[in-house]
Design a protein around this ligand. Sequence first.
Ligand SMILES: CCN(CC)Cc1ccc(CNC(=O)c2csc3nc[nH]c(=O)c23)cc1
Length: 231
Amino acid sequence: MKFDVLTLFPETFELVMKESIIGRAQEKGLVEVNAIDIRDYTKDKHRKVDDYPFGGGSGMVMMCQPVFDAFRAVTQGLDTKPRVIFMSPQGRVLTQKMAVELSKEEHLILLCGHYEGIDERIIEELVDEEISIGDYVLTGGELPAMVLIDCVSRLIPGVLSSEGSFSDESHFNGLLEYPQYTRPAEYEGRPVPEILLSGHHANIQKWRAEQSLERTRKKRPDLYEEYLKGK
Ligand SMILES: CCN(CC)Cc1ccc(CNC(=O)c2csc3nc[nH]c(=O)c23)cc1
């Protein structure tokens, strides 16, 4: 899976994306993350990438030319146009289901906005879909792009060592995860639930399923409703 990220802050990506799981996935050749600096494609002698909005209003708007040319640089020579996602507060909110769909793509181009927005002609011409990571306002699309790369990459076979844990993954079966414990069996007088020390795998599985249901009902009634509908 290849991610080409069009951004004004490529160094942010270099730092985060070479660490940890995504870094190892890149070393294994399973995932490739390229940060393309939009500013490298501006034709303006002051390397301008934004301008005042027509019609007035506060804030600046990202201009067409640098983004169009950065896009062309990334897509030249490709026989198919990769899916282009604009990280945007107005986009569809990212869910695990969307991440699963996106993980089947070979090549994604992520466009990170900045300032108060981008020229609408970029969206009309280049963007296939807009994705938000939630209903709160951030300063730019870089963190959202990293969130998307993280949750999509971990679904790619070979990226996670413990792939088996998928089925239990919270949000994967629609329920929240059951409580987890590890050694010691008692810490400062606080014991681990007996059932987990019993070795009865069937009982343990039953207890965990009950815990997942109970937690979801309490913490996320919305997910609980969905789950009951799906049953
Ligand atoms: C003036 C109205 N604002 C839209 C809510 C303008 C605006 C604010 C913040 C941004 C920067 N945020 C993103 O680029 C962004 C990209 S994806 C995303 N998901 C959740 N929240 C977010 O702010 C984002 C862009 C435009």
